[in-house]
Design a protein around this ligand. Sequence first.
Ligand code: PEP
Length: 251
Amino acid sequence: MNTLFAANWKMHKTTAEARQTAAELKGLVSGKLKPGREVMILPPFTALAPVAGALGGAANFLLGAQNFYPQKQGAFTGEVSPGMLLDVGVSFALTGHSERRHVLGETDAVVGAKTAFGLESGLGVILCVGEKLDERKAGNLEAVLERQIRAGLAGVPKDIAPERLALAYEPVWAIGTGEVAGPKEILEAHAFVRRMLVEFFGASASEMRILYGGSVKPDNASEIIALDNVDGVLVGGASLKADEFSRIVLA
Ligand code: PEP
């Protein structure tokens, strides 16, 4: 399985800025990527096509989307379907990102419906899970992860191709805060996620990627990537500048 370096640009960048950052990143990384690594850019919807153009099908670069609506088409004002994303070259999309859960109010059931529908429609899905600080302090880490994973995977076929589904462990208290989870916390959470994946999918769970996200930076990326059960990183703030993100990708 390839180690994945995913850049979540959230609600940042005009089309011109996105095109320029993607082109710059491609220039900095191409030819230098260690074998078995791949890079994914997840720009806002408006910049998907420009970023696809800037990447120009470069090897080991993927286009991702931050969100979608779990219907084919219809009267869903403001929403975008998986088919529309596939049409502009997207191969993966996030579900369950903490900002969608806690700012936009998505429930576990909505996240589950999106995960199942995205996969059924032909997208790869990165299902994000993670506990809030009060949940961790109350000793509920595993209970929260278990609830989110069970609901997130409820409609996913057991025989799904393992490369099409990734989990991202993103402790909410470490997202955009500069506070990174320590190696022990990451190891424990990722081992728990792996055990849950094995329970759901059996042997193919060992081929599913588990990403870490939460204040990943150039100076902590290589240590995090080296940990057991860490198969990539999902990066927000430090992915916005090509130079900074390239140092994570090449770490
Ligand atoms: C994220 O948005 O998924 C994220 C991990 O953000 P940051 O790297 O800024 O903490």
